[in-house]
Design a protein around this ligand. Structure first.
Ligand code: GLU
Length: 469
């Protein structure tokens, strides 16, 4: 039997990192088993049926290495409405489901509680289908439903505690729970690897598989992803959109490696390993069932490691979207014609060791391309203390006469200018850096000045001097 797994996102307008994690786990499992990965977009909610949202899912998957064309699908749940209805009808005809006209209020009045669940009032009334009548599944009164779960063992549910749940609404439309099962059946899915949030639905879904006469899949409920307060990552509270990480300049390789570390680790105390090692070593059964902490700080550090490991030319290429802007990344503050390829290439290796996400490239190099970079007020106040005017005057004078405009000479010269005033190099650098780059921190100063060139450096030093009393 060929293993067939599926990733079945509901379009929401963004791609949740927890979903990306599940997609990767499905992807690897399918490859390890020589199986097939199916993409199904669960778009039955009409409000979620937007082509651009589907496009967002495809491009997010593509970004983390699940390339378009290398899987089956995308299928769309909305195209299978006839199958969903036929299954509901089959369950009714076989006596496994019945129509119910109870209102919520009536059920509450009978049970005396809003939490009691459905009391089975219509079970044996034999109501025919009709407007406003929901179709309920008749759950067994005895026995147990054992879910075989690769990560959680065999969670067991007592059937008598499972209420007769609704499978089609009063208007005849099947609910998600049933549609999801019918699609998995139609698509021949053998293993359902999905988020833990769905575990409470699983006994109900397995009962539907049984009632429809098909062997249920093997399940694997992967752990919920939580923030540092152990709260489930939510889009209102946390940064959860994969696209947000991509646009901030996380590398796809770092991101997918990190996602695979949520609840699992490769052998030998290693975290940064080639993707091929993860593909070989990952075992679904080894995934820790406890909630997995999505540690943004660690991911950031991780990404910095990946950036540093890139060959310089790949780093330069990877920076490109932030140097030009794209449809989702804001353009940099300079005009396209101000950008200088050679100057960028000269400082790129310096930036590569210092940034953790690629978007940080812009504030590190903007001083090279902007005619006059704006100076942060706080930076100015911090750097332009007493003596700054004299220091700038002396630096300008010394730099004007410099025989060779290179980092080493620039450094030695400023060192000497500072020493005459009893200043260590670090202190002497501060006003120069702020005058030239507008910031108190940045790339190594003298290499930066070398690339910026004599004329522009001197012009900025003079302009800053003029602002001082
Ligand atoms: N569409 C569901 C979701 O996005 C997935 C359900 C499933 O994987 O079975 O949560």
């Amino acid at each position: 039997m060929t293993v067939r797994v599926r990733f079945a996102p509901s379009p929401t307008g963004m791609f949740h990192v927890g979903g990306a994690r599940s997609a990767l786990q499905n992807w690897i499992f399918a490859r390890q088993q020589g199986g097939v990965f199916v993409l199904r977009v669960e778009d039955t909610d009409a409000a979620r049926n937007r082509p651009e949202w589907t496009e967002g899912i495809l491009s997010a998957l593509d970004w983390i290495g699940i390339a378009r064309g290398s899987y089956e699908g995308p299928y769309f749940q909305s195209s299978y409405a006839a199958e969903h209805r036929a299954a509901a009808q089959r369950l009714h005809e076989g006596g496994r489901a019945y129509y119910c006209d109870c209102t919520r209020e009536a059920v509450q009045a009978r049970t005396g509680s809003q939490y009691a669940g459905y009391d089975g009032f219509c079970r044996d009334r034999g109501l025919p289908a009709g407007e406003g009548r929901a179709l309920r599944f008749r759950t067994p009164d005895t026995g147990e439903t054992v879910v075989v779960d690769l990560i959680r063992g065999e969670p067991t549910f007592e059937n008598r505690l499972i209420e007769d749940f609704v499978i089609a609404r009063g208007d005849g439309s099947p609910v998600f729970l049933l549609a999801n099962v019918v699609d998995d059946m139609t698509m021949g899915i053998t293993h359902v690897i999905r988020a833990e949030e769905h575990l409470p639905n699983t006994p109900k879904q397995q009962l539907l598989w049984d009632a429809l006469g098909v062997k249920p899949p093997v399940w694997a409920h992967v752990p919920v992803v939580v923030n540092e307060k152990r709260q489930k990552l939510s889009k209102r509270r946390d940064k959860v959109a994969l696209e947000a990480y991509r646009d901030e300049g996380y590398l796809a390789d770092a991101m997918r490696n990190y996602l695979m570390l949520l609840g699992w680790a490769p052998s030998g105390d290693r975290e940064i390993v080639p993707w091929s090692v993860i593909e070989d070593e990952f075992r679904l059964e080894e995934v820790n069932p406890s909630p997995a902490f999505f540690d943004e700080k660690k991911l950031r550090a991780f990404n910095g490691d990946y950036i540093r490991a890139l060959p310089v030319d790949e780093f330069v290429a990877a920076c490109r979207p932030w140097l030009t802007g794209t449809d989702t990344i804001a353009p940099p503050p300079w005009q396209p014609e101000e950008f200088d390829e050679a100057a960028f290439a000269a400082v790129a290796p310096l930036a590569q060791t210092r940034i953790a996400v690629l978007s940080e490239i812009v504030p590190n190099v903007d001083f090279l391309f902007l005619a006059s970079p704006s100076i942060e007020e706080a930076a100015w106040a911090k750097a332009m203390k007493e003596g700054a005017a004299e220091l700038l005057d002396a630096t300008v004078a010394a730099y004007e006469g410099l025989a060779s405009w290179d980092a080493e000479s620039l450094k030695a010269t400023l060192e000497a200018v500072g020493a005459e005033r009893g200043l260590k190099l670090g202190k002497a650098q501060a006003p120069v850096r702020v005058a030239v780059t507008g910031r108190t921190v940045g790339l190594p100063l003298f290499e930066s000045l070398e690339v910026l060139g004599r004329e522009r450096t001197l012009a900025r030093l003079r302009a800053a001097r003029l602002r001082l009393p």
